[in-house]
Each structure stands twice: as structure tokens, then as C-alpha cells.
Write a protein that binds this ligand. Sequence first.
Ligand SMILES: Nc1ncnc2c1ncn2[C@@H]1O[C@H](COP(=O)(O)OP(=O)(O)OP(=O)(O)O)[C@@H](O)[C@H]1O
Length: 406
Amino acid sequence: MGVEVVVDGLSKSFGKQTIWRDVTLTLPPGEISVLLGPSGTGKSVFLKSLVGLLKPEHGRIVITGTDIVRCSEHKLYDVRKLFGVLFQDGALFGSMNLFDNIAFPLREHTKKGEAEIRRIVLEKMEMVGLIGAEKKLPGEISGGMRKRAGLARALVLDPEIILFDEPDSGLDPVRVAYLNQLIVDLNAQIDATFLIVTHDIGTARTVPDNIGMLFRRELVMFGPREVLLTSTEPVVEQFLMGRREGPIGMSEEKDAGQAAAELAALRAGGSSGTLGGPKGGGGTGIVPQLEPTPGLPIRRAVERRKDRVMQILHTLPPTAQDAIVNSLTREEQQHYGVFAGATQVQPPVQTATANHGPRPTPYPRTADLPQTEWQPQSGALTADDAPAAAPEPGRKRGWLRRGGEK
Ligand SMILES: Nc1ncnc2c1ncn2[C@@H]1O[C@H](COP(=O)(O)OP(=O)(O)OP(=O)(O)O)[C@@H](O)[C@H]1O
């Protein structure tokens, strides 16, 4: 099983430019999470911080008990070995054939012999559908193949955490669909923790277990996919629908008064703002999550997630609660003591019994930090949509209100 990544109160600036502040989230082990956000909101900076390439000024990133923001270089080197990273362009060496590119981390970081290296490289090339292309140079293959080669290279050291930086960039919609299926299939096979940064709404709606969003230098929300996909936050709806009307402007933010006027017009039905549509097809609401290709193992994360999410269900917004409960089978609803149509679920009763046998324990935590699966971060949602759990005292509430007067 992949490892948990705990991010706690993380802030990053370059000189006077704050990229994001007070980011808190937990990537649950083995689950797939997606990070969304308009261009320039610091998603790549976040990925680079997770692997220790950039140093945030405040906060912690705890991985297998080590805070990589403060640890020694030696310790950081050890933790980095847990990561595989798929960079946007695959980051392949142009003068090396695919075999040597994929073998590179093994030759660089291990003492394995060539026979073992060959076995591992061919195994990973098979996993990503590249068998037969060993001798090709990166310049001789398509963008999709380069991505898959980059993915094979990210896999050779058997990572526990894989970061994907815009895996869909530069690919046509069909190749994106294939790549999404490959990501889900890989997750089923290796059960590692995945974090995907993407602008592709189709990917965000169908691939992850959890979704987060960065906007206005803060993490707007992070939690089970149902929270963001049913959210009525203007910025979330605008992003998912790919429309011009809303808080997101051409450069990241828009004048608040203008955004409010646009939204009012949109609600009155006077706009054609979705013309053109978002990448990957837009839309809010829940659509079925991709499943592994038949014949592959089931995703073990799915069952673990179910238990985890049911334990925090009562803290989620009612629409997300409904969506989650509706996604359960009748037997599962009985097991968890919930029924479809019920919102405002009460905290789970520990004595619940079921045909499933004993309730599995929640996933093990490596850091003694509060559970942060879903948070509105520093901002409350719209007044009517506020979750049952109040933000911590002293935390700023109000990315919506700061200059927004919503
Ligand atoms: N090393 C750096 N030094 C100074 N500023 C940087 C550095 N790296 C990134 N930035 C700035 O941080 C901000 C966020 O950049 P980043 O690439 O993380 O955004 P992003 O959300 O990934 O954008 P996109 O979706 O367009 O890829 C940008 O203003 C960028 O100029």
C-alpha cells in the first residue's frame, strides 16, 4: 500500500509573491487525488514542494514520519526514493532510446545488474503498453507515447507515491481517455498513492477518489470527490463548467463586482458562457468513477476509502452526503447504518453490525495530525452551504468575502 502524505499549514512565497498559504490536506494512502486550479495558482509549485525541490517557508509535509520541509538532505534523499514523478513532457533524455531512459533511475540509484534492470524495464514498459518501442528515441514517438515512457520511468523504483503533472497536456481526448484508464489500472496494480494535477475536467470527474482546488492563494477545498463535484461554490462551478462568468478571470482573479453581475445574469438565463466548453467536457454532479480494466485486480483503495469516508460522512455538506450514501449498495448502507435520501448523517456508531464482519480499522496514520479529509480551509462556503463542522477558531474565514461581498 502507498504511504500517506500529510500537508499541514503549508505556505510558499517567492520574494514578496505569495503563491499559496496555509494549505492543509492529507493524501490517503493508495487513493487517487486530483488537484485543480486556474493557471498560475501554484499547482506545480505544490508538486515540487512535495518532492522537496522547493522549500515552503511555513508548515510541514510529513511522509513516513519525516517532515521533509525541515529534515536533513540525507533524510530527504531517502524520502524522495518513495516518489515517482510524471512530468508534463515526460522529461526524457532526447539522445537516449526509451529502454535507456526508463532504465536510467535503476542504473543511477541502485546496484542492480543489467539482467535485472532489463527484466524491470520490460515489465514496466509492458504495464504502459510500450513493448516493442525499446529502441525508439523520444523524438520519434508521439506525445502520448512519451507520456507513457515517462510513466514507465516513474515506476521503475517501485514508488509509493506518484505525482502526475498535467498528464493530459498536449494529448487528444481519446489519448487522454486511454491515459486515464492506464492511471486507474496502475493504481489497481500497485496500490500507490497518486496525486494528479490537471485542467481536464473529464479526468477530474472520472478518475480520482479525492479532489482539491487552489484559488486565490489558498486551498479552497480538499476531500472526497463528491464534495467538489456537488459543490455550488461559484469558483468550483465556473471551473467545472468552463465558463467565463464567475470569480476566475483572464488573469487569475476578476473584479468582484463584475463577477457578481455575471453570475446574476447567468442565473437569470441570459448568457451563453459555456460555449466552447471546458477541457475534457464540463459539468457538475457525480458521474461513475473509472474502474480497472476487467482482468486486473480490484482497487484496494476503494474499500479502504469507503470506510474512511463513512467515518467523516457527518462532517460533509448534505449534498455530498447524499451522493455518497446513494453510491452504496443496500447491503453497504445497512453495514454503515445509513439509508439513501438521508442527509445530515450522525457520527458513526461504533457498534454497527453487518454481514461484512468486523468493521475494518481506518487506514494507519504516520503522523499525529488531525484528520483533514475535507475542509473548506480558511473560507466558509456560501452561507446556506456551510458544513456542519465549524472552522477552527482564529482561522480566517472568507476567501469568498475578501473583496467579494457574496
Ligand atoms: N522558481 C520560481 N521562482 C519564482 N517564481 C516562481 C517559480 N516557480 C513558479 N513561480 C511562480 O509561481 C506561480 C505559480 O506557478 P505554477 O507553475 O506552480 O502554477 P500552476 O498552477 O502550475 O500553473 P499552470 O496551470 O499554468 O501550469 C507563477 O506565478 C510562477 O511564475
